[in-house]
Design a binder for this molecule. Sequence first.
Ligand SMILES: Nc1ncnc2c1ncn2[C@@H]1O[C@H](COP(=O)(O)OP(=O)(O)OP(=O)(O)O)[C@@H](O)[C@H]1O
Length: 259
Amino acid sequence: MSQGAMTLGASGLRWSARGTPILHDVGLEIASGETFGLIGPNGSGKSTLMRLLAGVLKPQGGEVRLDGRPVARMTRREVAQRLALVEQQAATAERITARDAVELGRTPWLSALRPWSTEDDAIVAGSLEAVDMAGFAERDWATLSGGERQRVHIARALAQRPGILLLDEPTNHLDIHHQLSILRFVAALPVTTVLALHDLNQAMSCDRLGVLHQGRLVALGRPPEVLTPELLRDVFKVRATFLTDPGDDARIIRFHAAS
Ligand SMILES: Nc1ncnc2c1ncn2[C@@H]1O[C@H](COP(=O)(O)OP(=O)(O)OP(=O)(O)O)[C@@H](O)[C@H]1O
């Protein structure tokens, strides 16, 4: 079982930690099937927003909606059947294999009336394949490298067959080949995807971008409209020049330290 792509909405989201405001009145409407990039400097609130969108954190103001339904009125199981989150430094119990870790992604779909089946085996195998980890299925989690663990976490989220996939810095730890193949694979999935990214050239290939700065959403739109020299200067504190790849006319940003 799985969900088709779903919409993800948020309005008036507020979050503070020990009296310090971290997110101020964040609102977003992400369309079904969209690949949405969340960018912003260190500490701007990206991971906090991802955790609020996933229902891991409860907002102190505002609400999150999946296909128009408030997450606050859904059970954990209902949310997990619709949305999967891969966190930046996701922890996993040590004494399990890579396959065991991916099998956990099937949990929201299992019940006494719907026990583990060959369909689940096929979904787990396909998810390991998608992240190029099929050859590591029997390996102990503890023996995997940082990039291999990241790919297994992504496979676990894929095995969940969500309508919405939230990936917090999914290319962290990955070599360049796996960065590009995972981004391309995720963009082609028939699901709604939100990616928190640091690489602004990778962010250029998203359908739309949202920019967080000091806990506020300061820009929202298509990548060329958002990633302007002015925004890169004011928010990211860099000077940017724009180049064109002669191979395919794609726009590339080169960054220089602001003087
Ligand atoms: N539980 C907490 N207690 C205190 N401060 C917190 C807590 N959680 C987050 N913060 C602070 O909130 C701000 C936003 O953190 P967050 O992890 O959301 O940023 P980010 O944009 O994901 O950063 P990075 O790019 O460095 O991963 C940071 O200044 C962080 O130190």
